[in-house]
Design a protein around this ligand. Structure first.
Ligand code: MN
Length: 502
């Protein structure tokens, strides 16, 4: 649906004229070489564009204002080759609205012990220059990522790459429309929240879209369109040959599922929406829950949340956007049922139907079975179990005075088919184990719905939370309940004060 190729990250080098124009010319050449090296490393998903050295408050402000106004620019990297007196950054930093990465690096890799002279020093002063810059950013309470390492080091480049993916997803979130087909499930607290605040803080715009209007699309779809999609299903997914037999209930259900998928995709395309929610109590003239449609649209990059859960729909879109092109995949998931087994105690992750086939271990199977929730009907769906490996589950909750992002590292273990409950599923052990992981999640007020990814790490979410300026709590292999509770209590005070001070 989209990718990173049209995006840019700007690279701005901090300098000053104390060492003469020649030094700045050399720094400019170094910066060019560094940016070229970063771009040619093949390790960065977004192009870096060098925007020159800045030597005064005027130049800083002009560079950052230009960054704000350029849609393609998703973030700014700064590097101080030398002591760049930081008062000159104040006005520019006040203006800057794009995510900031401060790269603490140096053109020269190792100290040339035998030949080092003052000329060399004038060109390699990041050691103190970057600290002066860091001071003012901290004093101004501006969130940013600090990456330390030589610019040719793949480890430092990987850090920048991760931040770039997050910055791209952040830009995507600032122009994100989520459509709700139906309202939230009645009485459910955790999927509700302040949509006005969400737009202000996270960028997500959430609209209601009447299911009757979806039906106008549904009823206008031609047989040829449906036929083409049904044959795509049969070529893509394993299935029982009997499913292809026209005139059967199962065939009709696959047919109508394809119709639902086409209708929803049409609405999303025409409105420019990046995600949607459904509600199984509000399905218009659909003859079954459009679960297969949701599964496939998620794989295309559309955000999805069940039961009106617009926060998870938006977060899934962000997850997908960040992890585009990464190998393992992501999905909306729900904590379904518990499996107690000592240290290997796990949570089965599934939903009525809506699990993204990107996380499947083997080719998904198209099946039709009865589902009694919502519309009691034979219902098409993709069935599979998920890959094994580590991943992260994330959710955003509205605590009344702020949003909290909750992230849990998990270990996906071998799941088993469920012959009497044929749905797609994953099975994971929340880190550090079920006892602590699930308790911490519950104490943090986390949802039963999550946006899950194998490819992301908590660091991606940390960067995302900093860009949004929201709270994040991470549950991982080192979490203890005692320390976690203290963190929650301290955060309560921190965010209360922060809000009062800003
Ligand atoms: Mn649910």
């Amino acid at each position: 649906m989209t990718n990173f190729k049209d995006l840019e990250v700007w690279f701005v080098t901090g300098a000053q004229l104390l060492y003469g124009g020649d030094a700045v010319i050399q720094v400019d050449a170094h910066s060019n070489e560094m940016v070229k090296g970063l771009n040619e490393s093949g390790n960065l998903p977004v192009k870096v564009v060098y925007k020159g050295t800045v030597n005064s408050a005027k130049e800083v402000t002009a560079a950052f204002k230009a960054a704000n106004n350029e849609d393609k620019c998703i973030g700014v990297i700064t590097w101080m080759h030398t002591f760049s007196p930081a008062k000159m950054w104040i006005h520019g930093l006040q203006e800057l609205k794009k995510p900031l990465l401060h790269f603490h690096t140096q053109f020269n890799k190792e100290i040339p012990w035998e030949t080092m002279d003052m000329d060399f020093m004038n060109l390699n002063q990041s050691a103190h220059g970057d600290r002066e810059f860091g001071h003012i950013v901290t004093r101004m309470r501006k969130n940013r990522k600090v990456v330390v390492g030589h610019w040719q080091d793949p480890k430092a480049q990987a850090k920048i790459a991760g931040w770039m993916r997050v910055a791209a997803a952040w830009a995507d979130a600032q122009d994100m429309l989520i459509l709700r087909f139906g309202d939230q499930m009645n009485n459910v607290a955790v999927t509700d929240g302040d949509k006005v605040e969400a737009e202000q803080v996270l960028g997500y715009h959430v609209d209601y879209y009447p299911i009757n209007d979806v039906m106008a699309y549904y009823n206008a779809i031609t047989d040829q369109e449906v036929e083409a999609l049904v044959s795509e299903y049969f070529s893509l997914y394993d299935h029982d040959p009997s499913l292809e037999q026209e005139g059967t209930v199962a065939y009709e259900k696959v047919w109508n599922s394809a119709k639902a998928e086409i209708a929803i995709r049409c609405v999303l395309k025409e409105t420019g929406a990046k995600g949607f929610t459904t509600n199984f109590n509000d399905l218009g003239e659909f003859d079954q829950i459009p679960g297969l449609a949701s599964q496939r649209l998620m794989a295309e990059g559309y955000g999805f949340g069940a039961e009106g859960d617009w926060k998870t729909a938006a977060l899934y879109r962000t997850t997908w956007f960040m992890s585009q092109g990464m190998p393992q995949g992501c999905s909306f998931l729900e904590d379904y049922t518990l499996h107690f087994d000592g240290e290997r105690s796990a949570i089965l992750q599934a939903h009525m139907l809506e699990v993204c086939p990107m996380i499947a271990e083997t080719k998904p199977k198209l099946e039709v079975h009865r589902l009694s929730i919502g519309i009691d009907s034979e219902t098409a769906r993709l069935v599979f179990t998920s890959k094994q490996g580590t991943g992260v589950a994330a959710t955003i909750v509205d605590l009344g005075n702020r949003f909290r992002l909750i992230v849990n590292k998990v270990e996906c273990i071998k799941s088993k088919p469920l012959p009497k409950l044929p749905v797609a599923s994953a099975l994971w052990i929340p880190m550090p184990n079920l006892e602590v992981g699930a308790a911490a999640w519950i104490l943090a007020g986390g949802t039963h719905h999550t946006s899950f990814s194998y490819d992301l790490t908590p660091e991606y979410w940390q960067d995302f939370a900093e860009m949004a300026g929201i709270e994040i709590v991470i549950i991982n292999e080192n979490t203890t309940i005692d320390a976690f509770k203290k963190e929650l209590r301290l955060n309560e005070i921190y965010y209360m004060l922060n809000k009062a001070l800003c």
